[in-house]
Design a protein around this ligand. Structure first.
Ligand SMILES: CSC[C@@H](O)[C@@H](O)C(=O)COP(=O)(O)O
Length: 354
């Protein structure tokens, strides 16, 4: 099977010095353009503008960002602080920064520290790709248990494919596994207002894979459920609290409510690096508020609301554990209402992070 995954980022060492090369996700699907980051402010800007986005790959960007700062002789502590603060919700960003920074310090800084930070970023990259393979396997098995016989009609939100990871992604990796097994009847792709990660990015990845997919306006999800057209919802996560509350792209929570009303499984797919055992519940998860113009404009400079309109633009919402059927992690599938089980995953996650 051809490898259709897209490298969201890569480290390169041209003669002018090391760089982090990003596939600029703000330009997809119209253009496949690379964005070359030579310094930390450039990378922080790319993270904030969503040129690179999605929880696991933010962890990689953070780790490579520390390696970049170290390799180019910048102040690594300041770089780590700026990178970790670039976006607040995805716990993976701080995790990636921390791992590379600790490797740098443990090697004594300088050139040895720079080499250690890069080696750590590369290790995280490999681990994330491996985690994606396990997510696909466990998630695919879960689909077969929930809906024996295949022919799945799956609804997803935002973008969770290879653009968000060092490998095949999270929820989209499960969809891909079902598709490759000939079991995907339809992938419903929520457009994901306001920045359209579903319509622009998930549809782009689905098209590359030759999946039977259709894009819907977010507001059309209700009538789609009512028509009995959805067998399961599969989404990713930016941070999962210890009680199983799931922060993900805004619009996920309404889908969970709809899924419960229509008795449809609502499944979250995320590596354990996305579990934050220090967040006791959803109220402890910081939700990023983004500029109102993302809502009042259809694209930069093209206003759809009256000039001066106020806007409410949280980037994420939090789904309470009682609405989540299952969380597929790379260590296994857990039910968030079974607290003991999730606590066990959290503690295994903690030991792999230390
Ligand atoms: C593994 S992908 C899970 C989430 O990171 C994804 O669904 C999401 O909400 C990304 O939001 P974004 O604002 O595009 O970074």
């Amino acid at each position: 099977m051809a490898d259709l995954t897209l490298p969201a980022l890569r480290w390169a060492e041209p003669p002018e010095g090391p760089v982090l090369v990003l596939l600029d996700q703000t330009r997809l699907p119209a253009q496949e353009v690379e964005l070359v980051c030579t310094d930390v402010p450039g990378l922080v800007g790319a993270i904030r503008s969503l040129a690179v986005r999605g929880a696991p790959v933010l962890g990689l960007a953070g780790a490579y960002g520390v390696a970049l700062a170290a390799a180019r002789g910048y102040d690594v502590e300041e770089a780590a602080r700026q990178l970790a603060g670039a976006r607040p919700t995805a716990v993976n960003l701080g995790y990636g920064v921390r791992r590379a920074r600790e490797a740098y310090l443990a090697a004594g800084g300088g050139a040895a520290g720079a080499a250690a930070a890069l080696a750590e970023a590369r290790a995280l990259h490999r681990e994330d790709a491996e985690a994606g393979e396990r997510l696909a396997e466990f998630g695919h098995e879960l689909l077969a248990e929930l809906m024996p016989g295949g022919g799945f009609r799956l609804l997803t939100h935002c973008n969770t494919g290879s653009l968000v990871s060092g490998g095949g992604g999270t929820a989209f990796a499960v969809v891909r596994a079902a598709h490759r097994a000939g079991e995907l009847r339809r992938l419903w792709v929520g457009e994901t207002r306001p920045l359209l990660q579903g319509a622009r990015l998930t549809a782009y990845e689905a098209a590359r894979e030759g999946m039977p997919y259709a894009v819907l306006a977010d507001g059309a999800a209700g009538s789609l459920f009512a028509a009995g057209e959805v067998d399961a919802v599969l989404i990713g996560a930016d941070r999962i609290a210890a009680d199983g509350s799931v922060a993900n792209k805004v619009g996920s929570y309404p889908l969970a409510v709809l899924a419960r009303h229509h008795d449809v499984p609502f499944v979250v797919v995320a590596p354990v690096t996305t579990v934050d055992p220090e967040a006791a519940d959803g109220s402890a998860i910081p939700v990023e508020q983004r500029p109102g113009r993302e809502v009042t404009e259809v694209r930069p400079g093209v206003q759809v609301a009256p000039v001066g309109a106020q806007a409410y633009n949280p980037a994420f919402d939090v789904t309470p554990p009682e609405l989540v059927t299952a969380i597929v992690t790379d260590l296994g599938v857990v039910s968030p209402v079974d607290r003991g089980n999730l606590a066990d995953v959290c503690s295994r996650s903690r030991s792999t992070k230390s």
